[in-house]
Design a protein around this ligand. Sequence first.
Ligand code: DQA
Length: 149
Amino acid sequence: MEFVVINGPNLGFLGQRQPEIYGATGMDALPGMVERLLGDDAARIRLTQFQSNSEGALIDRLEEAWKVKSDGVVLNAGAYTHTSLALADCLAWIRIPCVEVHLSNVHARQSTIRHKSLIARHCIGAIAGFGIMSYALAVQALWQRLTQP
Ligand code: DQA
Protein backbone atom coordinates (compact mmCIF):
# COMPACT_ATOMS: atom_id res chain seq x y z
CA MET A 1 0.00 0.00 0.00
CA GLU A 2 1.08 3.54 -0.62
CA PHE A 3 0.42 6.24 1.95
CA VAL A 4 1.31 9.89 1.46
CA VAL A 5 2.32 11.92 4.49
CA ILE A 6 1.61 15.57 3.75
CA ASN A 7 2.83 18.46 5.86
CA GLY A 8 1.55 21.98 5.38
CA PRO A 9 2.96 25.42 6.19
CA ASN A 10 5.73 25.91 8.74
CA LEU A 11 6.27 22.18 9.09
CA GLY A 12 9.44 22.02 7.00
CA PHE A 13 11.81 22.41 9.94
CA LEU A 14 10.36 20.05 12.50
CA GLY A 15 12.71 19.46 15.37
CA GLN A 16 13.84 23.06 15.11
CA ARG A 17 10.57 24.97 15.10
CA GLN A 18 9.47 25.76 18.67
CA PRO A 19 10.53 22.37 20.05
CA GLU A 20 8.74 23.14 23.32
CA ILE A 21 5.47 22.96 21.35
CA TYR A 22 6.24 20.70 18.40
CA GLY A 23 8.98 18.46 19.82
CA ALA A 24 12.68 18.06 19.09
CA THR A 25 12.28 15.19 16.62
CA GLY A 26 12.21 15.62 12.84
CA MET A 27 10.25 13.75 10.17
CA ASP A 28 13.26 11.55 9.43
CA ALA A 29 12.34 9.61 12.59
CA LEU A 30 9.00 8.55 11.10
CA PRO A 31 10.02 5.40 9.15
CA GLY A 32 11.72 3.90 12.24
CA MET A 33 8.69 4.64 14.39
CA VAL A 34 6.39 3.01 11.85
CA GLU A 35 8.63 -0.06 11.75
CA ARG A 36 8.59 -0.38 15.53
CA LEU A 37 4.82 0.09 15.68
CA LEU A 38 3.84 -2.14 12.78
CA GLY A 39 6.56 -4.78 12.81
CA ASP A 40 6.49 -6.99 9.71
CA ASP A 41 3.51 -5.12 8.27
CA ALA A 42 5.67 -2.01 7.86
CA ALA A 43 7.40 -3.63 4.88
CA ARG A 44 4.05 -3.69 3.06
CA ILE A 45 3.61 0.07 3.29
CA ARG A 46 5.35 2.59 1.07
CA LEU A 47 5.47 5.98 2.73
CA THR A 48 5.94 9.08 0.62
CA GLN A 49 6.51 12.41 2.33
CA PHE A 50 5.65 15.85 1.00
CA GLN A 51 5.79 19.32 2.54
CA SER A 52 4.74 22.69 1.21
CA ASN A 53 4.04 26.10 2.65
CA SER A 54 1.56 26.80 -0.14
CA GLU A 55 -2.11 25.94 -0.04
CA GLY A 56 -2.27 25.33 -3.81
CA ALA A 57 0.71 22.98 -3.76
CA LEU A 58 -0.95 20.94 -1.00
CA ILE A 59 -4.10 20.65 -3.10
CA ASP A 60 -2.01 19.72 -6.16
CA ARG A 61 -0.34 16.95 -4.12
CA LEU A 62 -3.69 15.64 -2.88
CA GLU A 63 -5.00 15.59 -6.46
CA GLU A 64 -1.86 13.73 -7.49
CA ALA A 65 -2.55 11.16 -4.76
CA TRP A 66 -6.03 10.72 -6.24
CA LYS A 67 -4.63 10.39 -9.79
CA VAL A 68 -2.15 7.68 -8.85
CA LYS A 69 -4.67 5.98 -6.56
CA SER A 70 -2.71 6.31 -3.34
CA ASP A 71 -4.30 4.21 -0.63
CA GLY A 72 -4.25 6.74 2.18
CA VAL A 73 -3.18 10.18 3.31
CA VAL A 74 -1.79 11.38 6.63
CA LEU A 75 -2.29 15.13 6.66
CA ASN A 76 -0.94 17.78 8.97
CA ALA A 77 -2.28 20.88 7.27
CA GLY A 78 -0.78 23.15 9.94
CA ALA A 79 -2.64 26.44 10.23
CA TYR A 80 -4.62 25.64 7.05
CA THR A 81 -6.44 23.06 9.18
CA HIS A 82 -8.29 25.90 10.80
CA THR A 83 -8.79 28.17 7.81
CA SER A 84 -8.73 26.41 4.45
CA LEU A 85 -12.07 25.75 2.83
CA ALA A 86 -10.09 24.95 -0.32
CA LEU A 87 -8.27 22.03 1.32
CA ALA A 88 -11.54 20.81 2.82
CA ASP A 89 -13.19 20.97 -0.63
CA CYS A 90 -10.35 18.92 -2.09
CA LEU A 91 -10.60 16.21 0.57
CA ALA A 92 -14.36 16.12 0.06
CA TRP A 93 -14.09 15.03 -3.54
CA ILE A 94 -10.93 12.95 -3.74
CA ARG A 95 -12.30 10.72 -0.98
CA ILE A 96 -8.97 9.08 -0.14
CA PRO A 97 -8.99 7.80 3.44
CA CYS A 98 -7.25 10.60 5.33
CA VAL A 99 -6.13 10.94 8.94
CA GLU A 100 -5.78 14.47 10.31
CA VAL A 101 -2.63 14.81 12.37
CA HIS A 102 -1.16 17.40 14.71
CA LEU A 103 2.06 17.37 16.66
CA SER A 104 0.62 19.45 19.47
CA ASN A 105 -2.63 18.80 21.26
CA VAL A 106 -4.50 21.52 19.41
CA HIS A 107 -7.52 21.18 21.71
CA ALA A 108 -5.43 22.06 24.77
CA ARG A 109 -3.89 25.15 23.21
CA GLN A 110 -4.83 28.66 24.23
CA SER A 111 -5.75 30.09 20.85
CA THR A 112 -9.26 28.81 20.38
CA ILE A 113 -9.08 29.02 16.57
CA ARG A 114 -6.84 25.93 16.83
CA HIS A 115 -9.76 24.00 18.35
CA LYS A 116 -11.61 24.18 15.06
CA SER A 117 -10.82 22.07 12.01
CA LEU A 118 -12.36 22.64 8.60
CA ILE A 119 -10.90 19.37 7.31
CA ALA A 120 -11.98 17.04 10.16
CA ARG A 121 -15.31 16.09 8.63
CA HIS A 122 -13.56 14.81 5.52
CA CYS A 123 -11.12 12.63 7.50
CA ILE A 124 -11.63 9.16 8.93
CA GLY A 125 -10.14 10.32 12.23
CA ALA A 126 -7.69 12.63 13.92
CA ILE A 127 -4.62 12.21 16.12
CA ALA A 128 -3.08 15.12 18.00
CA GLY A 129 -0.58 15.70 20.74
CA PHE A 130 2.07 13.01 20.29
CA GLY A 131 4.71 14.81 18.26
CA ILE A 132 6.08 12.75 15.36
CA MET A 133 4.46 9.70 16.96
CA SER A 134 1.09 11.22 15.89
CA TYR A 135 2.06 10.46 12.28
CA ALA A 136 3.16 6.90 13.09
CA LEU A 137 -0.11 6.26 14.93
CA ALA A 138 -1.99 7.67 11.94
CA VAL A 139 -0.16 5.28 9.59
CA GLN A 140 -1.08 2.40 11.91
CA ALA A 141 -4.71 3.53 12.03
CA LEU A 142 -4.89 3.78 8.23
CA TRP A 143 -3.27 0.38 7.82
CA GLN A 144 -5.71 -1.24 10.23
CA ARG A 145 -8.72 0.47 8.67
CA LEU A 146 -7.75 -0.65 5.17
CA THR A 147 -6.66 -4.19 6.00
CA GLN A 148 -9.19 -5.06 8.72
CA PRO A 149 -12.24 -3.01 7.77
C1 DQA B 1 -0.15 22.07 14.08
C2 DQA B 1 -1.14 22.89 14.90
C3 DQA B 1 -1.59 24.12 14.11
O1 DQA B 1 -2.52 24.87 14.89
C4 DQA B 1 -0.40 24.99 13.78
O2 DQA B 1 -0.81 26.09 12.99
C5 DQA B 1 0.70 24.25 13.13
C6 DQA B 1 1.03 22.91 13.62
C7 DQA B 1 0.43 20.90 14.89
O3 DQA B 1 0.94 19.99 14.27
O4 DQA B 1 0.36 20.89 16.12
O5 DQA B 1 1.40 24.77 12.27
O6 DQA B 1 -0.82 21.54 12.97
